[in-house]
Design a binder for this molecule. Sequence first.
Ligand SMILES: Cc1ncc(COP(=O)(O)O)c(C=O)c1O
Length: 486
Amino acid sequence: MSPVRPLPEKGRSKDELLDAMRAMKARDARWREGRVFSLVYYVDDDLLEVLQAASALFFSENALNPTAFPSVRRMETEVVAMTAGLLGGDEDTVGTLTSGGTESLLMAVKTARDWGRAEKGITEPEMVLPVTAHPAFEKAAHYFGVRPVHIPVGPDFRADVDALQRALTPNTVLVVGSAPSYPQGVMDPIPEMAAIAQAHGALFHVDACVGGFMLPFVRELGYPVPPFDFRVPGVTSISADAHKYGYAAKGVSVILYRDAGLRRYQFFAYTDWPGGIYASPSMAGTRPAGPIAAAWAVMHYLGRAGYLRLAQQAMQTAQRLQAAFAAIPGLFVYGEPVMTVFAVGSREPYEVYELADEMARRGWHLDRQHRPPSLHFTIVPAHARVVDAFLDDWHAAVAQVRRPSPRRTLERGLVRFTAWLLRMLPARVSRALIRLAPKLFRGSGDEALPHKAAPMYGLMGTLPQREDVQEAVLDLLDQLFRPPEG
Ligand SMILES: Cc1ncc(COP(=O)(O)O)c(C=O)c1O
């Protein structure tokens, strides 16, 4: 089908359009009912209304030019300042808002690259990062020409400090640690890593995108949280996403620097354009003011007391779920998650993928992870209301996947056999087969994603031909960014 479509000849009424759009939503993941464990950080409809109203009030303003909209500038700088206050900043701490965690990480890497070039004459910059660091760092490395040097994590999924020591070179401009990491929700050893980076004369970025608006409150509630913020010597920048546990509307993250000298390397200015002098703090030009306004509003709406209450609610739900998972023989939680982000694994490695398929049939959307095979859980306050229903379905799903089934045995065997075969076949043949895989497991209708994901995940995660797997994923992306058929 052609990817080109004409504009509709005539416009439609607002009511008709909104009805059509509501109908389109029918098959989306049901975040409002707490049925998604990533992607949406939902509290309740009261908070949603505050976000929507604040965002609507600044719907058309453009944060590109802070002199035209002093109100937006005020809200932006205050959100940054309050975040710095949460994360151990002092009178030197500065930052900017970005569109999300990815842009904050892009900025941290670009800043380090330009800092290394200007202050140390490094022309072939390198960045050392644990394998569990968010892929946005890889994207940054790719975009900005910084070589990523990966270090392993230990059996506890925390960065290996000795490996970090060995990975440093005279070209290292940046070392990265997560607080916590997304895949298993564990804290990298930030103080040790930051000390090593500092002794080496490199910058150290703490990715607190998911933890930045949670850990300070989790600590205040009395749970153990290791040091991770600007109070740790050697930490030079921190990212914290207001649109995650800050409960803001999507499109806001905070990137903080220890001082203004460092932040300057993030900025961009061009003074010779006929259109005037152009200056911009981050990747985007035009920046929507709505998300900035919503972030400012939610921080004032909740206050410290509100964030503490929500942190307690999410922590209690997460701990209840973890205890329930660990009580089922053959299932376990990986590592020692510090807050409300964690991963569940199974002794029979593919079982978790089958569980995800079973839970999907029951209307729960769970993200699959590999290395090791696991299901991801990001717990938000909305989950407190559905934890019983979730556990009922979870127990039913476990019983279902453990019931003797010739089909399931065949499927597991087939995955193992195919993985073996793909290792044995000539590269040319295996490449063609791997690129076919997403199509083989494709759903019907307008589902661009595989509808039975367990076999595909089981297979794709273990194959050594990573470049071929990458090509297959890019093929899938190509499909996803075309209009669905029908
Ligand atoms: C630790 C961490 N860093 C960075 C990101 C990227 O954030 P975003 O999706 O807002 O770009 C995420 C997203 O989940 C994350 O968990």
